[in-house]
Ligand binder design. Sequence first.
Ligand code: GLY
Length: 375
Amino acid sequence: MNDLTIQIKNRGSYPILLRNDFSDLGTAVASLPDMQGRKICIVSDSKVASLYLDTISNMLSAYFDTVTSFVFPEGEENKTLQTVQDLYQHLILKGFERRDILAALGGGVTGDLTGFTAATYLRGIRFIQIPTSLLAQVDSSIGGKTGVDFRGFKNMVGAFHHPVLVYSCSAVFESLHPWDYCSGMGEIIKHGLIRDAEYYKWLKENSSILQHATSYKPGNTELHTEMVLRSDKIKQAIVENDPEEKGERAILNFGHTIGHAIEKYAYESLSHGMCVSVGMKAAAWISKERGMLSQEEYDDICHTLYHLYKLPVSACFVNTVMGISAEEILQTTKSDKKMEKGHVKMILLDRIGHAVICHDVSDKEILAAIKEILE
Ligand code: GLY
């Protein structure tokens, strides 16, 4: 059994349970404090709901008298205040009170949206995360970042609000689309690059198995479970030190500055983790140009992303097909919420396994890096 406990200063702690199936979910939720007689609302998108909602709902119904569900249409375009309002309405009509609880069943969109609703409904109620994508299991379900997109600006409205439980079930990999699996791998490789050179090396050594979602087989889950556990431990350590991103937590944004800008234009062609992969190449390129990374390290990163894990390191179609210039992408990086005093806060590497936060990366450097990934 692989359990972690996240300790957040002045805010208590919560468990992350890693399991091969959902059989422990009912007891795990029912044994949270103060659950007697509480209502629970499962929030899910249409795609995930068709796969798991009945199973999860039946399991929870064995422990709770009132289990309701709120299903919204699949897609990042529905991660909006409108969906949050619809969920508020559902909760009001069903009589949800302050000690009742939400369950986010799904990927990052569902987790962020449910968490934000939980943070704001009746000034804050509890929620649990049941992440069903690789990305959500290793990143978005942990650490209390919640929010929605606003008029095309990603995660622009949000709050820090931690779940009371994260239940990660590896069986979901069986139904995961390769696109979604690949997206999670972008964030996983990021963990190695920013914090743990040994883990990065291990990911390279095991890439022939870990590169495919289809290599996950029930009864032979060790490598995948170890991967999720190692990534979760990295995220745990960073979040415990800096829960509200006043400093160190920003290193988790490695690859995200330019990656988010690419995502704004390419979200129908590239997933979040794929855009992060492109953004990591750009940030690694700036690190190399500054003499912080050797050519060999830079080549190694590009090789791992592109050849070992089949992640993109170029977004040339954004320019050639969509006609977006490097200058426009530069401007988009500046509308990102990671700005500080008008400057882009960029995460670079000074070696594989160690990230640094830089406030002095010039527009010229960012533009040159964008041109590199548009080639
Ligand atoms: N996904 C980045 C963070 O949680 O800080």
